[in-house]
Design a protein around this ligand. Structure first.
Ligand code: AMP
Length: 479
């Protein structure tokens, strides 16, 4: 059984050669991150994340960004694009002098004086902004560079205090950044690198005027990186006005599911999901299952519930230490742990063969994430089962997934918990949003709210998911 911390999307094709001018680089090898010209403290951080090989976008981007080129990256979340820009940015910001100082000091030390913002990353949502700033902190953990993140919807004062203490890298949503600019908390005369992440989404969300205002106060001489999953006309306008002679990197998103994986949807009330999971563990031949939740908090809660119910389970997510994650993965691999509960962020680096079931305990609001998730089973000629527990609010996600993958997902109608399937979703006890707000998740690109459903519990026992109701005559019934 192969058990390795590499993502399916990683590739070992020939990486581009990189040059980093005077910056000392790690010894080169014929592949892997070492060959991209990254310095040792960054390689060490990448390694401790469990990444073995660069993903295609990382292979294609890192050298050019290290060389100071502007870049247009056509890629979306899940491709490894954050590391594709964060790793070379950290290295450029450190610079040869910083590396030299680092090697003398032997460890990271605070900068002598409060620096001004040298890199600005604009992102459309707080979730993405947080995810990006976490990535900078993780990849830069051996470097003396400070990262802060600012977004709206929370108090501004702590953000002001953090910025005033001095930061090198600022990750921001546009609205809150404008607030901070108006209060003269943040200035950009030292800015060297600008990143616009998910540019299409930012324009979709009406940030164009904010972005234009921000651009006006940035120094003209800077490196610009723009990432966008799609390039509609408005984004092209932004590309033309911001990027100078850019390198263009395109990565094709995953959009199809393997026929080796049998997919099923269970319509179920949110409150019944745990019991449905126990029912499935009792009645199906689930030997090794990866169960996905949307948040770390929910992963912890579910692990606790399973353990209390006598199921061998463990949870992995970003808040767990590397050693705790490794222990959980080792137990899972050895068959001591039957159920591994994971958040998307943590699970993306896992590649374990012989997973019999992937269970979407909570639906992802990005169809690409669904494809990534269920790709963990049905590997190496084995057959796998992917089950999706779908409450009333999540029904729309299934429709989006079916559209993207061009496959109908059969609905299981004869399970014991169909009655609550259309129940309105109660507000969460923990103050989190009801749906679609998981960290690192983009809010649903799927349009429209929950649809009426003719599915679960109908008398025929056959059904289809909402968007396809009636579209497929040969839906299977399972027990
Ligand atoms: P992103 O597309 O930046 O949202 O990254 C998607 C996920 O891939 C994140 O959970 C990263 O931790 C993970 N990741 C990024 N680069 C690699 C890599 N080279 N190998 C394995 N996982 C990676």
């Amino acid at each position: 059984m192969v058990f390795k911390l590499i993502q399916k999307l990683t590739s070992s094709s020939t990486p581009s050669s990189a040059s980093t001018s005077a910056v000392k680089t790690a010894p080169r090898s014929t592949g892997g991150f070492e060959s991209l010209g990254l310095i040792e403290p960054i390689l060490r951080a990448v390694k401790s994340e469990g990444y073995e090989n660069p993903t295609p976008i990382q292979e294609q981007s890192i050298a050019s960004i290290l060389d100071g080129r502007d870049m247009l990256g056509c890629a979306q979340t899940g491709t490894g694009k954050t590391a594709a820009f964060a790793l070379p940015m950290l290295q450029r910001l450190l610079g040869p002098d910083g590396l030299e100082a680092l090697s003398h000091e032997g460890n990271k030390s605070a900068p002598k004086q409060a620096p001004l913002v040298r890199a600005l990353i604009l992102a459309p949502t707080r979730e993405l902004a947080l995810q990006i700033s976490d990535s900078f902190k993780t990849y830069g953990k051996h470097l003396p560079l400070k990262t802060a993140v600012v977004f709206g919807g929370v108090g501004i004062e702590p953000q002001i205090t953090t910025i005033r203490r001095g930061i090198d890298i600022l990750v921001a949503t546009p609205g809150r950044l404008i607030d901070l600019m108006e209060r003269r908390v943040v200035t950009f005369q030292n800015l060297e690198i600008l990143v616009l992440d998910e540019a299409d989404r930012m324009l979709d969300m009406g940030f164009i005027h904010d972005i234009k205002r921000i651009l006006k106060v940035l120094p003209l001489k800077r490196q610009n990186l723009l990432f966008s999953a799609t390039i509609p006309k408005e984004v092209q306008g932004l590309i033309d006005s911001i990027l100078h002679n850019p390198v263009t990197v395109k990565v094709t998103p995953v959009s199809s599911t393997s026929d080796q994986v049998e997919q099923r949807v269970y319509h179920v009330g949110r409150a019944d999901k745990k019991q449905l999971l126990l029912h499935i563990l009792d009645t199906e031949n689930v030997t090794r299952a990866l169960v996905f939740t949307r948040t770390k908090h929910n992963a912890n809660k579910l692990e606790q519930f399973l353990s209390e119910s006598g199921v061998q389970a463990a949870a992995i997510h970003g808040n767990k230490s590397q050693s705790a994650r490794q222990r959980a993965l080792d137990g899972f691999k050895a068959g001591k742990i039957r159920i591994l509960v994971a958040s998307d962020i943590a699970a993306r680096g896992i590649d374990v063969d012989a997973i019999s079931h992937v269970i979407n305990f909570e639906m992802p609001n990005e169809p690409e994430t669904y494809v990534h998730r269920i790709g963990r089973t049905g590997r190496a000629e084995a057959r796998g089962v992917a089950m999706s527990f779908c409450d009333y609010e999540e029904q729309r996600y299934v429709a989006t997934i079916e559209r993207m993958t061009r496959k109908d997902i059969p609905v299981v109608t004869d399970h014991p918990f169909t009655a609550g399937a259309n129940a309105p979703v109660p507000p969460r006890q923990d103050g989190r949003r009801g749906s679609g707000g998981g960290r690192g998740q983009r809010q649903g690109r799927s349009q429209g709210g929950p649809r009426g459903r003719s599915g679960a519990g109908n008398s025929s026992g056959h059904s289809s998911s909402p968007a396809r109701a009636g579209s497929s005559a040969n839906r299977s019934r399972r027990s």
